[in-house]
Design a protein around this ligand. Structure first.
Ligand code: NDP
Length: 253
């Protein structure tokens, strides 16, 4: 298997895109630890699903927005399995609302989770990965980093910063064999996008996405697997958009 003997850590692994990434990495032979915030039932059922096909998974509760979580979680993974080869920073939230009435709580929660969490987890694995002269860091960004929507100033700012951070860290870690990339999803069918999908009806698929379908969590997991695999060993500092053509900006008549 392509990720045999690899150890992966995925944040926000209990649901949606993160869950698909955890499954994909485990199906590819990696032992996978994942962080969830509150949904213990979803986390436990994912561990069971992975065990049923002979894979190995570890669910760890923690809030990525808190500075202490990354060290606590990575210490647990190092204690269990001795190393971390692949880090996927996937945990993310939205607190949408027009800027004019955006409370500091909505700003801080999004920035702390989507950007702070990436910083804390990268900081926790960077030195160990540099020492082992190998590692893959994959940040889940969004097309909203570049193609903004009303009511998402905080979210777009956080994802734009994730893109810039990805490029900056890639430069710093490249000589030590550690790659840092991001995947920027378009509209993906998860709990996060449910409210917007319900509001927009089929307008998004019919008019905005040239491929005429929403993305599935697995579409994103496939891109993550590529970046984690030997096939991507010479790819670093890149933002790979996976959106069915949404960001091309062509509105269908
Ligand atoms: P979901 O809301 O469906 O799932 C979010 C996951 O992240 C859950 O596992 C949740 O855990 C976890 N999580 C949320 N906040 C925290 C936190 N503070 N600490 C630890 N875990 C946390 O989101 P998606 O799967 O849709 O999104 C995943 C990523 O993809 C995000 O970064 C998002 O910004 C990005 N994205 C999503 C798009 C989409 O259309 N869905 C489009 C573009 C980007 P729990 O189950 O315990 O709540």
């Amino acid at each position: 298997m392509i990720l045999q003997d690899q150890i992966a850590l995925v944040t926000g692994g209990s649901r949606g895109i993160g869950r698909a990434i955890v499954l994909k990495l485990a199906q590819s032979g990696a032992k996978v630890a994942f962080v969830y915030r509150g949904n213990q039932a979803a986390a436990e059922s994912l561990v069971q699903e992975i065990q049923q096909f002979g894979g190995t998974a570890l669910a760890l509760q923690g809030d990525v927005a808190l500075p202490e979580t990354a060290k606590k979680v990575t210490d647990q993974v190092f204690a269990s399995w001795g190393k971390i080869d692949i880090l996927v920073n996937n945990a993310g939230i939205i607190r949408d609302g027009l800027f004019i009435s955006m409370e500091p709580e909505a700003w801080n929660a999004v920035i702390q989770t989507n950007l702070g969490g990436v910083y804390y987890f990268c900081q926790a694995v960077a030195y160990p990965m540099m020492r082992q002269r190998a590692g893959r860091i994959i940040n889940i960004s969004s097309v909203a980093a570049e193609h903004v929507n009303k009511g998402q100033c905080n979210y777009s700012a956080s994802k734009g910063a994730v893109n810039s951070f990805t490029r900056g860290l890639a430069v710093e870690l490249a000589a030590r064999g550690v790659t840092v990339n991001a995947v920027a999803p378009g509209f993906i069918e998860t709990d996060m996008s449910e409210a917007v999908r319900n509001m927009a009806g089929d307008f998004i698929e019919k008019k905005l996405i040239p491929m005429r379908r929403l993305g599935s969590p697995n579409d994103i997991a496939e891109a993550v697997l590529f970046l984690a695999s030997p096939a991507a060993s010479y790819v670093t500092g890149q933002i790979i958009t996976v959106d069915g053509g949404l960001s091309l900006g062509a509105v269908s008549p």
